[in-house]
Design a protein around this ligand. Sequence first.
Ligand SMILES: Cc1cc2nc3c(=O)[nH]c(=O)nc-3n(C[C@H](O)[C@H](O)[C@H](O)COP(=O)(O)OP(=O)(O)OC[C@H]3O[C@@H](n4cnc5c(N)ncnc54)[C@H](O)[C@@H]3O)c2cc1C
Length: 586
Amino acid sequence: MNIRRRKFDALIIGAGGGGLRAALQLARADAQVAVVSKVFPTRSHTVAAQGGVNAALANVTPDNWHWHMYDTVKGSDWLGDQDAIEYMCRAAPRAVYELEHFGVPFSRLADGHIYQRAFGGQSRNFGGEQATRTCAAADRTGHAILHSLYQQNIRARTHFFDEYFAIDLVCDGEGAVLGAVAMEIETGEPILIEAKTTLLATGGAGQLFRTTTNALINTGDGMAMALRAGIPLQDMEFFQFHPTGIAGKGMLITEGVRGEGGYLINADGERFMERYAPNAKDLASRDVVSRAIAIEVREGRGCGPARDHVLLKLDHLGPDVILKRLPGIRDLAMTFLHIDPIEQPIPVYPTAHYTMGGIPTNRFGQVVVPEMQSPEEAVEGLYAAGECACVSVHGANRLGGNSLLDILVFGRAAANHIIAYLKDHRYHRPLNEESVDRALARLARWDEPGDGERVEDIRAELKKVMETHCGVFREQTVLAEGVEKVKALAERMQDVRLRDTSKTFNTARVEAMELENLIDIALATVQSALARTESRGAHSRIDYPERDDQNWMKHSLYFRDGTLDYKPVRIKPLTVESFPPKVRVY
Ligand SMILES: Cc1cc2nc3c(=O)[nH]c(=O)nc-3n(C[C@H](O)[C@H](O)[C@H](O)COP(=O)(O)OP(=O)(O)OC[C@H]3O[C@@H](n4cnc5c(N)ncnc54)[C@H](O)[C@@H]3O)c2cc1C
């Protein structure tokens, strides 16, 4: 078909922190780089990150990257790959100093050093006292990072396709990925962007759930594109529920509140985390705190008329700390609850937050499939970084402050690998035009008007099913019913039609394609969860309450036809000894 075509050295799909960090590295190396984003870049979800980014700078308390590595391995419940974790934790201080030089206005200590706060699951000396490792720009760290990266990209002349929706990857006859087809949202016109390399940096899939901290744009598009290209998704059963979402609404109240000294209480006024995590208390790992809150509510110690939440108390911190370190949280509480946290506690309950699973990559950002574990055998031309990828540094449970670090470190690492690849691959290859036609057919489907089911109805049902059948606590029958219900929604999706398409906004077409993506990701999540008969990290099975290292210390791989495969955890780090699995207590 005759459509608009552009050619670049590197295509990056996604303008969050992961995509922009990679783009900057490439543009500064004089590569021709295009970034496609379905929203204006600074509206990407990285902008919402509040609490901070981890790096063992030792500005407040003694620290080193090896302790950070231990905490991350333990936080991952030993499912994280220790080579990637070592790489990330060692690279962290440099990543933060780079940000400082890009212009990120970090909060400061009295001596001028970068301010660091305590976050959950962080320790000194391999499990000792609480560490203070999270570098913050008040409680708007993601906002500061994203704006600085965007400005640096403008300066480096990165080419932006703002408000373009990527539909599908295109390839040659041998499976090498050579770019993508996208739709310009304003006009509805398709465009083919050919590139020698393509990096997926499309963020997470928090829109799977009804109560979530994630924006409407987090629909797992890149993961679904990878699935359609025949690539399996890794560890999709591990979805993080953040303990402190605003009760009944889902917006995030950062862990930084507890890092500054806030704590949780139940209806009896009891500081209940002392029972669940005697040492770390409110700063235990997120999966541990989320389960504790759910149990308090289930056993009748919840607060409010419906006894359906607990309270996050921070009034004792005093106005100075709240106004200086947590101004965004105060705004959120006042806007959505009409509560001033300087005077009153905030009602909270766990809320869907972070996709630990994703597109399998090695630590160079290359997408790798099961039997292709060495860098040489990766999917040619395809990279992934950030929340859509699974490298895997978060394993079964991500530590707060490690995701901003992940996007910076692996965005940069992927770009460095691409720069080397481009030196050896100087010419564009011929495309398989059938892959272009397939992508265009996805778009064309939404040009046919009809009277079928409505996108918004299926989407609402999907979110409800996922919340009910694949939440904080899971069980065989409930999960199995969830699989059937999502499959039924996938069937009904065939009958979904847009009404009078001549009057339809292109955003309705985007929402329809996002829903197709979400359904694929929902199936991956619930089927992977049903298959894993153990409890590990965020995956908590009532019927299999113990972690089972003998049978389950392995990554799951879900294919689009519904089959599952597994691959071993990379337990060997790069330069240090492995941290062998042990009981995980806080
Ligand atoms: C409320 C909140 C607070 C958080 N706070 C912290 C924190 O303090 N510390 C921390 O470490 N982590 C935090 N996180 C997690 C962290 O912010 C995210 O994991 C991270 O920013 C994701 O970055 P990303 O670059 O992978 O994706 P995003 O920032 O989500 O960007 C995705 C990009 O992909 C684009 N895109 C997606 N699909 C398409 C498509 N089909 N076509 C074109 N473009 C597309 C979007 O437009 C966007 O530009 C927080 C998360 C939330 C929700």
